[in-house]
Write a protein that binds this ligand. Structure first.
Ligand SMILES: NC(=O)c1ccc[n+]([C@@H]2O[C@H](COP(=O)([O-])OP(=O)(O)OC[C@H]3O[C@@H](n4cnc5c(N)ncnc54)[C@H](OP(=O)(O)O)[C@@H]3O)[C@@H](O)[C@H]2O)c1
Length: 271
């Protein structure tokens, strides 16, 4: 990993950076010359292409990439071990919506692994690094399309798998985990917030049967605002839509947040 950080620059890590919203987030962040943006993808050539497109569009040479399959904790631990230099903002954005139930090589249902556990694993793996760059932030790109969480059946082993239902569950979990992490990371100077990006035509939304009426740049607007505006530092454990804080009923039940956190921790090896 190269590391030519300027002392005043801010470093952003964006997952799902080859996707519709993640690439737009990365590009908007790179428009500031003192921003360093690290795109995480799982396909080397497409991720490198995204970096080249963004450098061409913005002129910012401090854009680079790393490769990781985020559905696998080992890849996330390797990424964090490999990381050099500071990190100021972690943007958890990658997600999938397969139409049939799939599992990772470790036997974990794929939406739960990618959309939920990866956010959990990344936040845990990078919290030490973030804590050296405080104030620092973590953003969970979630959705208003959320609900049906069953902590007793996170992997759809008992219930019939349906990609819409599994997706809604995963995005409810993201909103709850952001609130759970906010409590834990507050004392380290790290804020953790969640947001709905926008309704954007993408592989993910097409799999769910939605078209999406907003552009990727519109979808990136609230995430980028939370990643850069002082609001995203001052607030923690909150949920936002269209740059507005929205009361999130999913975060009211503290025991449920703790139960979900504990359930995710059970999938997590310390090393
Ligand atoms: N689109 C919408 O209308 C909408 C609405 C509400 C919320 N959101 C949220 O916005 C976020 C981005 O969605 P999007 O619409 O931009 O989706 P997208 O275009 O399908 O992009 C998804 C991204 O996640 C990456 N990814 C998936 N599995 C991965 C894995 N195992 N390891 C590493 N990367 C992986 C994909 O990589 P590949 O390119 O290699 O597949 C891609 O870069 C998601 O969190 C989604 O829930 C989207």
């Amino acid at each position: 990993m190269t590391n030519d950080n300027k002392s005043s620059s801010r470093v952003f890590l964006v997952t799902g950076a080859t996707g519709a919203i993640g690439k737009a987030i990365s590009r908007q962040l790179a428009q500031e010359p003192d921003h360093e943006v690290v795109l995480i993808g799982r396909d080397e050539s497409r991720t490198r292409q995204a970096v080249q497109d963004i450098i061409r569009d913005t002129g910012n040479q401090s854009v680079r990439h790393e490769i990781a399959d985020l559905s696998r904790q080992a890849d996330i631990l390797a990424l964090a071990d490999w990381w050099q230099g500071p990190l100021h903002v972690l943007i958890n954005n990658a997600a999938v919506t397969p139409r049939t139930r799939q599992e990772t090589p470790e036997g974990i249902e794929l939406q739960f692994a990618t959309n939920v556990l990866a956010y959990f694993w990344l936040t845990k793996a990078f919290s030490n690094i973030l804590s050296k760059s405080t104030p620092a932030r973590v953003l969970f790109v979630a959705s208003y399309w959320a609900g049906d969480l069953d902590i007793g059946d996170l992997e759809f082993r008992r219930r019939q798998y349906n990609n819409n239902r599994a997706y809604r569950q995963s995005k409810q979990a993201d909103r709850m985990l952001a609130a759970a992490f906010a409590e834990r990371l507050k004392s380290l100077g790290i804020s953790v917030n969640a947001c709905h990006p926008g309704d954007v035509n993408s592989k993910l939304s097409r799999n769910l049967g939605f078209g999406g009426h907003e552009t990727p740049d519109e979808g990136a607007d609230t995430p980028v605002w939370l990643a850069t505006d002082t609001v995203g530092q001052q607030k923690t454990g909150k949920y936002f839509e269209n740059r507005q804080e929205v009361d999130d009923r999913f975060t009211h039940d503290r025991p449920a947040l703790e139960a979900l956190y504990k359930a995710c921790a059970a999938y997590t090896s310390d090393r």
